[in-house]
Every structure is written in C-alpha cells, then in structure tokens.
Design a protein around this ligand. Structure first.
Ligand code: PBG
Ligand code: ZN
Length: 324
C-alpha cells in the first residue's frame, strides 16, 4: 500500500497538528428573548434551558458571557399587544428599545448588540410584513421595517438584522439609517432565509406563528432551491448589507458554502431553535454526548465557511470551556 491515510491519525498530537478548521468562542453569537418584568427568567414550552429574560437578569447573563469570551448577542423584541400593522415593532417605548438603552449604557462597546428586525412578533396575523387581503404586501412593509430598524439604532443597536425577507428591505433600511445620522449602524441581513419547519420553539417563544393556517412560503425561500440564495446575496450586497446570513444552518451547509465562496463580506449562519432542540432531546434521552455532538455541529458549520454562528448553545459552550 502506497497510501495509508491512517498514518496521519495515529496520535492526538498529530491529529491536533493537522486540524483544518478551528472555532473560537468569540465567533459565537448568543440569541436572547425578552420579558417585561426586570428580574424575570421565564421558561418557554418546548425550548430546553432557553428563557425570556427581564432586563436585570439579562444584564447578569451578558456579563457572564462576556467573561467567558462571547461578544455578540442577538436580541428579539415582542409584545402582547399585537395589531394589523405591528405598531409595537417601531414603538420606542417598547420592550426591546428600552432593554437596549439599558444594555448599551451598561456595556458600551464591550457587547456587540444585534437586533432582529421583523414584524411577525408584533402583528395580529403573525406575518413578517403587512397584509393586503390574502397577500403579504411587500412595498408597504418597507417603511415600517425601516422605522423599526431606526428605533433600534436610536436605542443603541450595533447591527440591525432584517429577517422579514421582503424585497428591497436592506436598501430601505440603509437609506433610512443614513438619512437619520446612523451611518455607523451595521446591517446583518438574513440573506438566505428558508421557509423551514425548524422554527417551532422560536415561534413559541415570541407567539409569532402565522395565524389561520397560513404560512411564509410567499416570502421565505423554498428548500428545493439554491440559485435564489445567490440572487438574494447579490441584492443584499448591492443594497448595502455589511454581513449576510444563512438560516437554518445544518440542513443548508451547501448554501453556506456557496455564499462563502461568492460573498466579499463575512457570512454568518443561524443554527435555529429546532436544530438546538433536536440536540437537547437526543441528549435528554441519553443518546449522545452533549459536548461532542454540539462541537461536531458547530465545526461542520465553520467547515462549510461560516465566519460567525448564531446558536442557542453559545453560552453553554463558553461557560463550560469546551473550546479551551
Ligand atoms: C422572524 C424570525 C424567525 C427566526 C428568527 N427571526 C423565524 C420565523 O418565524 O420565520 C427563527 C429563529 C429560530 O428558530 O431560532 N422572522
Ligand atoms: Zn418574521
């Protein structure tokens, strides 16, 4: 035998020397849901060890994460007072802007604060844009999304992250931010966001499911397709996205790889709530080593080309020192 691949796998030292992919704690972004009561830590049905946090308890969590090397946090607002136009989304007295102001004051540039920009947690119909009869109306949604992004920027967001999948929203948001003096606020675009069955626990967290048997297929992407991911990439870059993202992550590693090859801005991947909960259930049933399976997944996402990973495992990975 001339070739013996096993020769390079003989010892832990050799295997370590030859590792192609690496993962640092500061490449992970921890998502957070909010609660109104400042000291709250509310459980979420079907979402293991993920909570809705009040501003004080969230401050404590962020402080702990910073100590362990996590630098990025994705924040999701919501309201119990939903209406047709999702007006809570751009109310500067809302839960998210109020929380942001406190966090920014407390942590300054230590914590990089991303905010999700989308109407679905605020609309009575649960769609990501406004509705016109049976349709999700694209253009009338744009000024509302831009207003929402501006509200976040004013309250201290470092990056606003449109996840609505309306056409032209990155451009509309960029223009609105620039016109109002927020040219330093960045945009992390949910560029290739698929209509996925993996969003279940997240929608439970925000009560943001589309109502009345409707779905999001007319604006989120079809899992049979990859070409349109490249088209969305081109448009988001033309419209001024600073960072682009693929979501979900594990079932879409090919899309992460494609976008990473094409994009001249960093590519993020969002490993979503359903991916997280699958792991938690497997572990709960004693069928996987938690550390091993989480790291295997995160390395796969890095290997595909993602520069940063949004994951509900971030806190755990860092606090347990799994990457040291
Ligand atoms: C809102 C949004 C969704 C997620 C983030 N922002 C999904 C959706 O309801 O369509 C999913 C994140 C997750 O499942 O962890 N548009
Ligand atoms: Zn949405």
């Amino acid at each position: 035998m001339l070739e013996r691949p096993r020769r390079l796998r003989q010892t832990p030292q050799l295997r370590s020397l030859l590792k192609e992919t690496s993962l640092r704690v500061d490449q992970l972004v921890q998502p957070y849901f909010l609660a109104a009561e400042p000291r709250a830590q509310e459980t979420i049905t079907g979402f293991t060890e993920v909570y809705r946090w009040g501003v004080d308890s969230l401050s404590g969590q962020i402080e702990k994460n910073l100590k362990h090397g996590i630098k990025g946090f994705m924040l999701f607002g919501s309201t119990t007072e939903k209406n047709e136009l999702g007006s809570g989304a751009y109310d500067n007295q809302g839960l998210l802007p109020a929380t942001l102001r406190t966090l920014k004051q407390r942590f300054g540039s230590q914590a990089i604060l991303f905010t999700d920009v989308c109407l679905c947690p605020f609309t009575s119909h649960g769609h990501c844009g406004v509705i016109d009869g049976e349709k999700i109306a694209n253009d009338p949604s744009l000024p509302l999304l831009a207003k929402m992004a501006l509200t976040h920027a004013e309250a201290g967001a470092d990056f606003v992250s449109p996840s609505d999948m309306m056409d032209g929203r990155v451009g509309a948001i960029r223009k609105c931010l620039d016109e109002n003096g927020f040219s330093d606020t960045g945009i992390l675009a949910y560029t290739a966001k698929y209509a996925s069955a993996y969003y279940g626990p997240f929608r439970e967290a925000l009560a943001s499911s589309p109502q009345g048997g409707t779905d999001r297929a007319s604006y989120q992407m079809d899992y049979a397709n990859s070409k349109e991911a490249l088209r969305e990439l081109r448009l988001d870059l033309e419209e001024g996205a600073d960072l682009v993202m693929v979501k979900p992550a594990l079932p879409y590693l090919d899309i992460i790889a494609k976008l990473s090859a094409e994009s001249d801005v960093p590519v993020a991947a969002y490993s979503v709530s359903g991916e997280y909960e699958m792991i938690k259930q497997l572990v709960k049933h004693g069928m996987a080593d938690e550390r091993k399976i989480i790291l295997e997944n995160l390395f796969a996402i890095r290997r595909a080309g993602a520069q940063l990973i949004l994951t509900y495992h971030a806190s755990q990975v860092s606090s347990q020192g799994w990457l040291e």
